[in-house]
Each structure stands twice: as C-alpha cells, then as structure tokens.
Design a protein around this ligand. Structure first.
Ligand code: TXA
Ligand code: MG
Length: 330
C-alpha cells in the first residue's frame, strides 16, 4: 500500500483537504490526523472491521481500549448514558481540549473492539482545526489511538507517523508539529470522586477548580490500573533510558563513566551538556520527538535529567518514567 501525505498548511478550511480522508474513513479505512496532543490513527468507531485495522496496524494488544473522538459535546451525548453533572461541567470547561472522559456507553453504540468489551468508553473533542474539520465532515465517531507502532513514542509530527505507518495505512493529514506533545488527560467519571487514570496537560488542579475533589489513580493504594493501557511499557526508544537527578556535576560524572566504556551517551535535559555525544531538549512538547531523534543516532545509553520540582510536570514525568521503565542511573 502506498502511504500518501496531504500537507494541510493554508488549506485548513478547504473542502478538498478532507474529501479523500472522509471517503477512506466511511469505507472502513484508516487515516492518521493531527490533534493538539499527538497524531491519532483514526477509524469508524461503529465498524468492527475498521477498528480491527487499527489494532493490526499498531500491533496493539486487544485488551487496550481506544479513545473515541467527536466534534462536539452534543455529538458525544448521543453515544453515552447516565452522564453525571460533573462530566457535563468538564465538557463545558475543557472541550474542545486534551481531556478524555470515561463514561457509560449506550448499549451497542460502538464496535465491541473499541472498548475492549468494557461497558464504558473514553471520549474527547480534540482542539485542533484539522481534527475538527475532519470530524464535522465524516459525521462518524472516530476511534483514534496515538498513531505510533505499539511501544514506540507517540507521534508529534507527520514524519513520525510516516516512519511507523509507511506502507500500512493509505493517508496521513500533515498539520505540522502538535502543540502539547503528550496524550490527553484521562478522567474516569464513572466513580465518585472522579479518578485521573492518565495524567496530561489538563492537571488535577485545573479539574478541581471546576468539579471539586479529583483523585490520581497512582495515589489509590493496591488498585490494579483501571486504564488498561497504563500497564504496558510505552514510549521507549531503542537505547535504554535512565533517569538522573538534574545536577550538573552528577550528570557530567555519569557521562564520563559511560564514555569510559567506549559507549555513546545522549542527554535529555533542559540545559545543554556539551560533554555528551548527543543532546536533546527536554520539555513536554519535545519529549517524544527527542526520544525518536535518539533512535536515529548510534547512541548506546540515554540519560534523562529530572528536576527537583517534578510536581509541576506530572504528565511529562509520567511518560519519562515509562520510557525509562523507572530505572535510575547509578
Ligand atoms: O491525546 C490523546 O488522547 C491521543 C489523541 C490521538 O487523541 N489518543 C490516545 O489514545 O492517546 P490511546 O489509545 O493511545 O490511549 C488510550 C488510553 C489508554 O490508556 C486506555 O487504556 C485508556 O485511554 N482508555 C480508553 N478507554 C478506556 C475505558 N473505557 N476505561 C479506562 N481507560 C480507557
Ligand atoms: Mg498510545
């Protein structure tokens, strides 16, 4: 299969930009498109054959449910039931935006493989003109996980999608680099108080200003992860990633130690380390791009520096810890 890329650029509101994508999606095909978080790999969420293609293209385990994308709160409400007031308040406050709400789905609303057989579904309205234009035209709920091969860093640029999906999917809409760079916050609205299953750019504090107390699933002791996807190792580049305290002397010593064994080291940090063989900037927006850039080098080991105030960046730290599989350099 040939993979075509349509550069959206100045044609973001033109009909022709979307006609091919709409036709593919309405005929059981896959289309990758930008959102404000990461690129999604979309399929008709009501069609099990279409959805199956997502799992095949990504090599994704079938027990990991997909997020459904719709164009508005009104569209979302057509697909869910028993919606709590707090969910409605979140929709009003944060949609379109990087917040996925887990709610009870209507019976037989979606293909069973979208929700991995669960009675609940994760839905969001993405805040990106290309995604919104596409959703309004296709007139279907679109299941879309991140458009990477399972286990690889999520794509924040069309080139990342092309790297993973070339020859596997027919079309990528290229809307440039995504603004946020990490996946949406996932908030479970089926329990009280609501629980953050996956941290994202919309923080616990942001949510609490609108709906009061919210819990973090990582704070709930002895609980199996309720967001099935969180149990899988994610976002890992080829070379092993180690976390290290963001202390200049400590990092320099680590670099020298690795290089002494004849190995090449990359540093991911907010400040440059000229001693390292490679340096990539560390921020939520650039994390996945930097991890993918490491894959294009001959690096043997990656050091990611962790600053003393990680609370300010819960979501990025969550992804970085997964990329490192929680290993610290010692
Ligand atoms: O920012 C995003 O959310 C991106 C863009 C493309 O919208 N999408 C994304 O999808 O990250 P995906 O499939 O890679 O992540 C889905 C996450 C997983 O952690 C999954 O376990 C969780 O949402 N999830 C989906 N449906 C769920 C449900 N019914 N109950 C609990 N967790 C659910
Ligand atoms: Mg993903």
């Amino acid at each position: 299969m040939k993979t075509e890329i349509i550069l959206v650029d100045k044609n973001v509101n033109k009909e022709e930009t979307y006609s091919q994508a709409v036709e593919i999606l309405q005929n059981e095909g896959l289309v990758a498109f930008p959102t404000e978080t990461v690129y999604g790999l979309g399929a008709d969420a009501t069609n099990p054959q279409a959805v199956e293609k997502i799992f095949e293209a990504k090599g994704r385990p079938a027990d990991n449910p997909l997020i459904v994308h719709v164009d508005s709160k009104e569209s979302a409400l057509e697909w869910v039931q028993n919606v709590p007031d707090k969910a409605l308040q979140c929709m009003d406050a944060f949609w379109p935006g990087a917040l996925t709400l887990i709610m009870k789905s209507k019976p037989d609303a979606f293909a069973a493989n979208v929700t991995a057989g669960l009675s609940t579904v994760g839905i969001r309205v993405p805040n990106h003109p290309v995604a919104l234009n596409l959703l309004r035209r296709v007139k279907l709920p679109i299941a879309a996980p991140s458009a990477n091969t399972s286990g690889k860093p999520s794509p924040t640029r069309a080139e990342h999608v092309y790297h993973d999906m070339e020859g596997i999917i027919p079309l990528i809409l290229d809307g440039g680099a995504t603004a946020i760079g990490i996946e949406s916050t996932v908030l479970d609205m089926t329990c009280e108080p609501p629980v953050i299953l996956r941290p994202g750019n919309i923080t616990k504090e942001d949510l609490e200003q609108v709906i009061g107390t919210v819990r973090l699933s990582s704070d709930i002791q002895g609980n199996a992860p309720k967001s099935p996807g969180m149990k899988y190792m994610h976002y890992a580049p080829e070379a092993p990633v180690y976390l290290i305290e963001n202390d200049q002397a400590l990092v320099e010593k680590a670099i020298e130690h690795v290089q002494k064994d004849g190995k090449k080291v990359a540093v991911l940090s907010t400040v440059e380390f000229p001693l390292a063989d490679y340096y990539f900037r560390l921020s939520a927006e650039t994390l996945y791009d930097s991890l993918r850039k490491c894959d294009r080098t001959d690096v043997d080991l990656i050091l990611a520096t962790v600053s003393p105030a990680p609370k300010r960046n819960v979501a990025m730290m969550n992804r970085l810890e997964k990329a490192a599989d929680h290993k610290w350099f010692s």
